[in-house]
Design a protein around this ligand. Structure first.
Ligand code: ADP
Ligand code: MG
Length: 573
């Protein structure tokens, strides 16, 4: 239960403001997150971490000398947008390149990769190391598909220490990857978390039961058992993690155990578990080195713990023990820091409203009207979309679509008031959707609106064939961006029949409204048919079979949007 908040919609903004007020010794705010408030004598590679909010001290609590240079902070459990990543990375950059590091979640991968492409285009050398420590999320032969949990701490600390010691970007990247390769985690949960303002938990675990491998956003576990004793829990975690010892680590190697509380497990309870962990590891013959017990990657007020094992080698040993100073994690002493004088946060990404033809401005007004209607529809549907997403995903699809569409509608109407044409209105709306909606669907909807806008332009009237060509281009762009094809159980399953039917019906001579209505029916039928599919991509992939019988939330919401837009087109006709 989250008891203390003002406006729940403003929870993250309020929390970030308070964090910054309390942590000026380490951080200063920039668009999209925070960066260090001090600099060392020599410039270093910049390590930029991030992800959704709700995981403190990940990610902002780990910014400071010897650790991260900046943290991008998305909305609650929702990936930050590419724009936010870019902004933090630019502010953190000291001239020697940027390493992006974050947990391996589909939405984060889309947004961070898009940001990396743009940073490279801007001449900043940028690399990525995703954290994949959670052994429950994919089998060993698919390690690269695993998601990141408390192993974040290890990978970020290693990269930050390597940067601090003056290593170049190649080396910082190599060492971060090495740290990830030698880190394994497994988590369990006894109960879900409740987001600010929500009356129900995001997910639940039955009374007296423990979910094994449950994800930090409530992604379903791999197993459910009765709650064991602390010693039995320690045994379960240690056994499964030792069974996954990295190939190149000796069975008698040096191991750092990190016992992580996920939100509402008391420190004393953690120590009871840790006692058994320490004993079991020693009995197994490994050398226990510098253990950590506490909260390093939480999941709001989720009741649960995870255990991480880091298998040291000489390089990792040196980096793990190097000094650092951050709001949430300190080691040794750090000196010689100079306070950075805050420069104005020059956000060069904000697009100005250029000239537009009268016809295009009329089309932009329809766009704004349609987005308003979509936002209102999603207000009504948010709970149901969340429910569908909870079955195999993380339950945030409704909230994400609601926030994203509201922001997009507001941005479009501001743009229209300022005289924008269709391209510019959709561009502003898409950026706003990606910023506020977060998650995979936020990235994709942002991309769709921007692409549709690019096809429509600011100079021409939008007729049926222009609209259909724009929808086709939007479909192609999203498929190349998200790499999904028909049958993967994503919104692509609804987008493709929609775009193809619209094109075909218009070619057959249908009027726009008739063609759109047939296409919306096709999208709805295809969305319903995804219930028969097993998810192969995105968050639901980990638990593909569980989604059988339930349609894909993103496909369902896409079909609903096409239906709402039809109503607006009818009114407008
Ligand atoms: P997240 O998965 O980050 O929690 P949402 O819950 O908002 O984001 O959106 C989930 C939806 O995103 C899925 O139902 C699916 O339709 C869509 N999706 C996931 N991965 C892809 C992809 N690679 N391409 C297209 N759509 C995708
Ligand atoms: Mg989701």
């Amino acid at each position: 239960m989250t008891r203390l908040f003002n406006d729940p919609d403003e929870f993250v903004e309020d929390s970030v403001a308070g964090f910054v007020a309390a942590s000026g010794r380490w951080v200063r705010p920039v668009t999209g997150g925070v960066v260090r408030s001090t600099r060392g004598a020599e410039p270093t590679v910049a390590v930029v971490v991030g992800g959704g909010s709700g995981h403190y001290p990940a990610f902002a609590g780990l910014v400071g000398p010897g650790f991260a240079h900046g943290a991008v902070m998305g909305n609650l459990f929702a990936s930050p947008s590419a724009h936010q990543v870019r902004s933090v990375a630019k502010a953190a950059h000291e001239g020697r390149g940027v390493l992006l590091s974050y947990g391996n979640y589909a939405g984060d991968v889309l947004h961070f990769t898009q940001a990396q492409d743009r940073l490279r285009e801007a001449g900043i050398d940028c690399r990525t190391v995703t954290v994949t420590d959670d052994i429950s999320s994919a089998p060993p032969h698919e390690r690269e598909k695993r998601r990141g949990i408390a192993g974040d701490l290890v990978v970020f600390k290693t990269a930050g220490a390597a940067a601090e010691q003056g290593h170049d970007l190649d080396d910082v990247e190599r060492l971060a990857r090495l740290a990830n390769d030698r880190t394994r985690s497994l988590g369990v949960a006894f109960g879900g978390c409740t987001l600010p303002g929500a009356t129900e938990p995001l997910f639940t675990v039955p009374q007296g039961r423990m979910a094994v491998g449950l994800g930090i956003h409530g992604e379903p576990g791999i197993d459910e058992v009765d709650i064991p004793t602390a010693a039995e829990l320690a045994q379960l975690l240690v056994e499964r993690l030792l069974a996954e010892r990295p190939d190149d680590a000796a069975p008698t190697g040096r191991v750092v155990p990190i016992l992580n509380g996920l939100g509402s497990v008391k420190y004393e309870e953690l120590y009871v578990v840790y006692g058994a962990v320490d004993r079991l590891l020693t009995e197994a013959g490994v050398e226990v080195v510098s253990p950590e017990v506490g909260e390093f990657c939480t999941s709001f007020d989720m009741a649960g713990v995870s255990l991480t094992l880091l298998w040291l080698d000489d390089e990792l040993d040196r980096l793990w023990h190097a000094s650092c100073d951050t709001p949430a994690f300190r080691r040794g002493s750090v000196d010689g820091r100079v306070v950075v004088t805050t420069v104005a946060d020059d956000d060069d990404e904000i697009e100005t409203i250029g000239p537009a033809a009268e016809e295009s401005r009329r089309a932009a007004a329809v766009v704004a009207h349609a987005l308003d209607a979509v936002a209102a529809m999603l207000d009504d549907q948010a709970d149901e979309l969340g429910r569908i997403d909870r079955i195999a995903g993380d339950g945030d699809h409704g909230i994400g679509m609601q926030r994203g569409s509201r922001a997009a509608a507001a941005a479009a109407s501001r743009a229209v008031t300022a005289g924008a044409g269709a391209r510019t209105a959709l561009q502003h709306a898409g950026d706003a959707w990606a910023d506020k909606g977060g998650g995979t669907s936020g990235a994709i909807w942002g991309e769709m609106l921007v692409d549709l806008g690019a096809a429509l332009g600011d100079d021409d009237a939008v007729d049926a064939s222009a609209l259909s060509a724009g929808v086709g281009r939007m479909k192609d762009a999203v498929m190349s961006f998200g790499k999904a094809t028909v049958g993967d159980k994503t919104m692509i399953d609804a987008i493709v029949p929609f775009a193809d039917t619209l094109r075909d019906r218009l070619a057959q001579g249908d009027a726009l409204l008739d063609a759109w209505a047939t296409a919306a029916d096709a999208a709805q039928a295809a969305a319903e048919a995804t219930a028969q599919l097993t998810a192969r991509l995105g968050r639901a992939r980990t638990h593909g079979d569980r989604s059988l019988g339930t349609p894909d939330p993103g496909a369902v919401s896409f079909a609903l949007v096409t239906r709402t837009v039809l109503d607006v087109l009818k009114e407008d006709a």
